[in-house]
Design a binder for this molecule. Structure first.
Ligand SMILES: Nc1ncnc2c1ncn2[C@@H]1O[C@H](COP(=O)(O)OP(=O)(O)OP(=O)(O)O)[C@@H](O)[C@H]1O
Ligand SMILES: O=c1[nH]c(=O)c2[nH+]cn([C@@H]3O[C@H](COP(=O)(O)O)[C@@H](O)[C@H]3O)c2[nH]1
Ligand SMILES: NC(=O)CC[C@H](N)C(=O)O
Ligand SMILES: [Mg+2]
Length: 526
């Protein structure tokens, strides 16, 4: 198949997900993609224009914190119910569909159903043929207070629960389905299969969307967007920018120049590894900027976390500008922006959210440099980016790498950042990661690192007194970094790492483990 016909196919064989602001809308996209079908999430108030562009083969309406009966609560475009294509409403999505089609929804602020529930299947449906049978009970996950009291014409219940007589409803003629539970979360064990049945059996999509096709489509798109233009890409060696660089390079070759900024805040051996992989494996044009002195000079005496972050972000931008000028200017900036970074969630809380910490990113760059953005990973989640990296033949050492923040070790050294303290932290971090790798735990952990605390404590080594720094170890599991659980190491493992660090790293005489989940903690310490 030619590249352009693949692109046409992907766009025409898609599912449109209408976002009403649920916390878990992204998971719907995820399940659809797992079923081998391309999908896009759009906020409800922009859904109509997205429909025109995509011409989807099915629509999924998400949940919402809003109540259908509240004044001004969101609605699906009326035209969707006349489009002649299947619709799948989840929770609020079911309620809003029933409300708009003439059913009745009632508000309930007293109690609701939150958490695990069971549904009884009471009628057959093509939605779950070969999956569920009449008379069976299935576990689902509920999170609602409002409920549908009367169904619109044409609908009938096909499963019921104690709290929701209309747990699952269908209008088989129009191919409209609604459910009070959330099939997209893992606590609904068959939920992913139910969504797969909807996109395959009800919408008639083949489910042959693959990373190989995605790669070809993106390459075609990048070529079309960039033409003969010049592109620069900030390369950190992290998963997102590395995959972006390799993909863009495959599309436009030498028109791409990568800029790796070594701010002296990298982990042990990291700068050398990034530069050699890219120079040797890929022959990608790569500018290696050694800016350690500049960053450390600017960080001298700085102890406030936000001041550190802002200085580092600003200096990154200055360096990108300088490097772009040296190659005669660039028309485009390639960035590894991922789906969780771009989702335009619908805010019901009013007002902007508070700044917890200023993440370094190059978001401020394009406006100032007048460069257009090339963001081929915008639709993907992190693990899908890893799949794409593997599809591109990239080695595991890049693809499976834990995320590493742009400001690097500076935000893992509370207090003043000096070269000496960076060196101490680099050694402790390397021991910790080596032990994690040796124990075969690296890929089970989302992110692990050491932090060097500005606290000195007393110890005894070789019968002598020591008075040195404390090192904290952190390891978390997560899916997107927004929430995280601590990794439950065996005590023996941590004791062994602590012994090695205290013995091998001069300057550290005590090691602690951080047991804080996110929230209330954040993953990084600053
Ligand atoms: N040392 C660096 N040199 C050049 N660009 C960098 C550097 N650090 C970060 N960046 C830029 O900032 C972007 C954001 O960093 P971020 O850490 O979110 O992504 P990443 O490093 O590519 O992937 P990962 O999340 O796996 O670490 C990167 O994609 C890259 O373009
Ligand atoms: O590129 C980045 N620039 C930053 O300034 C930054 N701060 C935090 N992180 C990473 O984001 C995830 C969530 O981190 P927090 O819980 O500390 O906010 C974790 O994976 C962090 O490592 C950053 N990444
Ligand atoms: N999860 C949801 O979509 C909830 C919908 C609505 N807010 C309710 O409480 O019933
Ligand atoms: Mg990174």
């Amino acid at each position: 198949m030619s590249v352009s016909s693949i692109a046409d196919k992907i766009v025409s064989e898609s599912i449109l997900i209408v976002d009403f602001g649920s916390q878990v809308t992204q998971l719907i996209a995820r399940r659809v993609r797992e079923a081998g079908v391309y999908s896009e999430i759009v906020p409800f108030n922009r859904a109509e224009e997205a429909f025109q562009r995509l011409q989807p083969k099915g629509i999924i309406l998400s949940g919402s914190p809003a109540s259908v009966v509240a004044e001004g609560s969101p609605r699906a475009p009326e035209s969707f119910f006349q489009a002649g294509i299947p619709i799948f409403g989840i929770c609020y999505g079911q309620q809003v569909m029933c409300h708009q089609l003439g059913g009745k929804v009632t508000a309930n602020d007293v109690d609701g159903e939150f958490g695990r529930a069971f549904i009884d299947v009471i009628a057959p449906s093509p939605l779950f043929e070969n999956l569920w049978k009449v008379g069976e009970k299935h576990q689902v996950w509920m999170s609602h207070a409002d409920r549908v009291e009367a169904l619109p014409e044409g609908f009938k219940p096909i499963a019921v629960s104690d709290g929701a007589p209309f747990a699952l409803i269908a209008d088989e003629n129009r191919r409209f389905y609604g459910m009070q539970f959330h099939p997209e979360v893992v606590h609904t064990p068959d939920g992913g299969k139910l969504i797969a049945h909807f996109v395959h059996d009800i919408c008639g999509l083949a489910g042959d969307w693959t990373m190989a096709e995605f790669r070809q489509t993106k390459i075609a798109e990048i070529r079309k967007q960039v033409g003969d233009g010049r592109v620069i890409c900030g390369l950190s060696g992290g998963v997102d920018s590395s995959v972006t660089a390799v993909l863009v390079h495959e599309a436009i070759g030498d028109q791409l120049t990568c800029v790796f900024v070594d701010h002296g805040l990298m982990r042990q051996g990291e700068a050398e590894q990034v530069v050699s992989l890219f120079r040797e494996h890929y022959g990608i044009k790569l500018v290696h900027v050694n800016a350690e002195d500049r960053f450390l000079a600017g960080l001298k005496g700085v102890t406030d976390p936000e001041t550190k972050r802002k200085f580092i972000g600003k200096t990154f931008i200055e360096i990108f500008e300088e490097e772009a000028k040296k190659i005669g200017g660039a028309d485009f900036l390639a960035q590894g922006t991922l789906y969780p970074d771009v989702i335009e969630s619908v805010s019901f809380l009013g007002g902007p959210s508070v700044t917890i910490k200023s993440h370094h990113n190059v978001g401020g760059l394009p406006e100032r440099m007048n460069m257009k953005l090339v963001e081929p990973l915008r639709e993907l989640f992190k693990d899908e980016v890893r799949d794409l990296g593997r599809e591109l033949g990239m080695p595991d050492i890049f693809v499976d790498r834990h995320p590493f923040p742009g400001p690097g070790l500076a935000i893992r050294i509370p207090g003043e950042v000096t070269k000496e303290r960076c060196d101490i932290l680099r050694k402790a971090d390397a021991v910790y990661l080596e032990e994690i790798r040796n124990a075969g735990l690296y890929n089970a952990i989302w992110q692990a690192f050491a932090v060097l605390l500005p606290v000195r404590t007393v110890g005894v080594m070789g019968d002598g007194r020591t008075y040195d720094s404390v090192c904290a170890l952190r390891a978390v599991t997560s899916t997107d970094g927004m929430t995280a659980e601590i990794y439950p190491f065996q005590p023996e493992f941590l004791a062994n790492v602590a012994t090695r660090i205290v013995n091998e790293v001069r300057g550290i005489n005590r090691v602690t483990y951080d047991f804080t989940s996110k929230p209330p903690g954040t993953i990084e310490w600053e």
